[in-house]
Write a protein that binds this ligand. Structure first.
Ligand code: AN0
Ligand code: CP
Length: 313
């Protein structure tokens, strides 16, 4: 049974990127592969791209799709073992996961970090509980610590648009009024490491991510220096990791402008706040790849689902 929970589940990064780009040319090439299969997508948080692109990918592979939003529709689930369930939560994941496994062949889960308790978030209780109690493979649609569908998309987009063999890629932190997870940045860093890319991370001092993720990736606190001669600038806010989940810096000087971007391509996973994270001129200009990234979400999901389907009995 093949799960897709993190970048570590990619067994051949170059192969997957190549296959995804081939699927982009012929999206219906494997339209019969999933014709007897159903995917269930469970959302504990909002989504536009992940929901629709994963659905689209599944449909391109001939699958049926069932979607539930737990925010409003589902019973509030309990994830702790051995709890006396006399509070708000109506149903335990033990039952829910087994029940859903009977209706579906693959299960996608989106469950963001709480950003309240670092240890709890790093334990990945929601997605790991589904993995533990479901009898079908689980697809990570952004968990507490990773967003591996996004990172695969981002690499596909870079490979598509690069003009040299080893482009300079920079991940830049940007300000944001709300506390956001570290998941997107984490997975992007991991896939850059997997590719052994020419890669630099820039953020204000104190905004270091988990050292278990950044490892020996280059960190440059001076944004201007980091951005010099960049080919791709990937921008993302994350809330503080050390002072866990806090917004301790909203320095507008970190916003990405046309001037800072130079000749580089601009990348962001979306949704993005205009004129907070990045100025209008960049998003509306022809160096922005954000819409193409969102398009590539379909083909990243499609290659992942294809790999998962191929291992089903
Ligand atoms: C989420 C995040 O930063 O993880 C989802 C991004 C794909 N973004 C927001 O909550 C705005
Ligand atoms: N990039 C991304 O995952 O977008 P959604 O949150 O809209 O799914």
């Amino acid at each position: 049974m093949k799960h897709y929970l993190s970048i570590n589940d990619i067994d051949s990064v170059n192969g997957w990127v190549e296959d995804a780009l081939a699927l982009k040319k012929k999206p219906l090439a494997f339209k019969k592969l999933g014709r007897k299969r159903t995917i269930g997508l469970l959302f504990f948080n909002n989504s536009l791209r992940t929901r629709l692109s994963t659905q689209k990918a599944a449909m391109n592979l001939g699958m049926k799709v069932m979607i539930m939003n737990f925010g409003k529709d589902g019973w509030a689930l309990e994830f702790e073992d051995g709890t006396i369930m006399d509070k708000g939560n109506a149903e335990h994941v033990k039952e829910a996961a087994q029940v859903v496994s009977q209706y579906c062949d693959i299960l996608g889960i989106r469950a963001f970090a709480s950003l309240k308790n670092r240890e709890a978030d790093e334990a990945e209780l929601v997605i790991n509980s589904f993995k533990k109690y479901a009898s079908i493979p689980v697809l990570n649609m952004e968990s507490s610590v990773g967003h591996p569908l996004q990172a695969l998309t981002d690499l596909i987009t870079i490979e598509e648009y690069k003009k040299s063999a080893d482009p300079k890629i920079v991940l830049s932190w940007a300000p944001h009024p709300k506390a956001l997870p570290q998941a997107v940045a984490n997975s992007f860093i991991e896939i850059m490491q997997l590719k052994n890319a020419n890669f630099t991370i820039t953020h204000p001092e104190g905004y270091e991510l988990d050292p278990k993720v950044t490892k020996n990736s280059r960190i440059e606190y001076d944004q201007e220096k980091a951005l010099k001669d960049a080919d791709f600038v990937y921008v993302k806010n994350w809330s503080n990791y050390k002072n866990y989940g806090k917004v301790i810096n909203q320095d507008k000087n970190w916003m990405i402008t046309e001037k800072k971007l130079g000749n580089a391509k601009f990348m962001h996973c979306l949704p993005v706040r205009r004129n907070v994270v990045v100025e209008d001129a960049v998003l509306d200009g022809n160096q922005s790849l954000v819409i193409e990234q969102a398009n590539n979400r379909t083909f990243a999901a499609q290659i992942v689902l294809k790999k998962m389907l191929e291992t089903l009995k």
